[in-house]
Design a protein around this ligand. Structure first.
Ligand code: PMP
Length: 351
């Protein structure tokens, strides 16, 4: 590592993203993308906006998009923050915790960007162990902290937390920010957005990458009371982070408005998930309860690493994490019914 930069750089543990190979015919179930395309109305909006206006800078405040999101969730535009994917929104949230005197808490089995950002921004973080069934135990968060971040449903387990638990957590920590990362909430989770009006310390983060099928566009947003949101804007402007580009703003606005497309896609994915869980259980997998667009499953006798490698040879890509506690599991994104059937028939040949 170069000796010219800050010593922090050599200590970083950069996030390892899922592969994005371009192999024709590959069944790609490794990065929780939506198998159905984005709203056709949103695609049309991109085409209509792709003209000479692209020489102009985009609206730095993304006003129309924020108003659209606000209307969708029964909030005001001042309660919405938008960024280039929820990863950017999360990065800015972590930056807002720079030099905080109290630690940040998150589960030890969770989204691997949290430890990456904690190291990058030198935030003291405590990883709170999940229980022996890989569930988040909210009672374990009962300790002094400056912030708590929980994905709901959790990733990579897929298991959701009830709203009553989150409400109790908010009440128990009135002086800490509670960030609920709802990247997967639309596939059966309970959103904490209705709690925002009562809790000034709640920040909810969502994305268009999953339920709205726009992982390639990079749009995420945060919802919270105006005070919390204003702080994020301050951090963003201090780093001169870019606003969303013009095309992303118009496409995201149209996608949020297309409720019918959103409903149809998420329903299909939930139904396919239930079928896949049954098929996997019949093949001797233990599948953790999932409210997400993926399942986390381990086989009763075959190793996760071996199954992952064998599936790849059969042209099916899933995600395997070579990490303590979860290395026996495969995380399998829900594809179309045809893709799920190809996974199941590959597994039948392998097992
Ligand atoms: N949070 C969680 C829990 C995720 O799994 C992901 C997707 N990798 C994200 C946030 C980020 O999604 P995006 O940046 O595409 O909005």
């Amino acid at each position: 590592m170069s000796r010219y930069w800050s010593p922090i750089v050599s200590k970083l543990r950069p996030y390892v993203a899922g592969e994005q190979p371009r192999i024709p015919g590959l069944v790609k179930l490794n990065t929780n993308e939506n198998p159905y395309g984005p709203s056709p109305k949103a695609l049309e909006a991109i085409q209509q906006a792709a003209d000479d206006r692209l020489r102009l800078y985009p609206d730095p405040a993304a006003t129309e998009l924020r108003e659209t999101i606000a209307a969708r969730f029964g909030l005001t535009a001042e309660e919405i923050f938008v960024g280039n994917g929820s990863d950017e929104v999360l990065a800015l949230t972590f930056q807002a915790l720079l030099k905080h005197k109290l630690p940040l808490l998150y589960p030890d089995v969770s989204y691997s960007f949290y430890p990456t950002y904690s190291l990058l921004y030198e935030i003291e973080a405590i990883e709170v162990p999940v229980d022996d069934q890989y569930r988040i135990r909210l009672a374990d968060y009962d300790r002094p902290c400056g912030a708590i971040i929980l994905p709901n449903p959790n990733a990579p387990t897929g298991t959701g937390l009830p709203l009553t638990g989150i409400e109790a957590l908010l009440a128990a920590h009135p002086d800490a920010v509670v960030v609920i990362d709802e990247a997967y909430v639309d596939f059966g989770g309970e959103s904490a957005v209705p709690l925002i009006s009562k809790h000034p310390n709640l920040l909810v983060v969502q994305t268009l990458s999953k339920s709205r099928s726009f992982a390639g566009l990079r749009v995420g947003f945060a919802l919270g009371q105006q005070d919390l949101i204003e702080a994020l804007v301050r951090v963003k402007d201090s780093f001169n982070s870019y606003p969303l580009d013009r095309l992303a703003q118009v496409a995201a606005t149209a996608a949020i408005k297309d409720e019918a497309w959103f409903e149809a896609c998420r329903r299909k994915i939930i139904a396919s998930r239930e079928n896949l869980v049954r098929d996997l259980e019949a093949l001797d997998f233990e599948v953790l309860p999932s409210q997400a667009n993926f399942v986390f499953a381990r086989h009763k006798s075959r190793s996760g690493a071996a199954l992952n490698a064998a599936l790849r040879e059969h042209g099916v890509l899933v995600r395997h994490f070579a990490k303590p506690r979860i290395s026996e599991f495969l995380r399998i994104s829900i594809g179309t019914d045809e893709e799920c059937a190809r996974l199941v028939s590959a597994l039948k040949e392998i097992l």
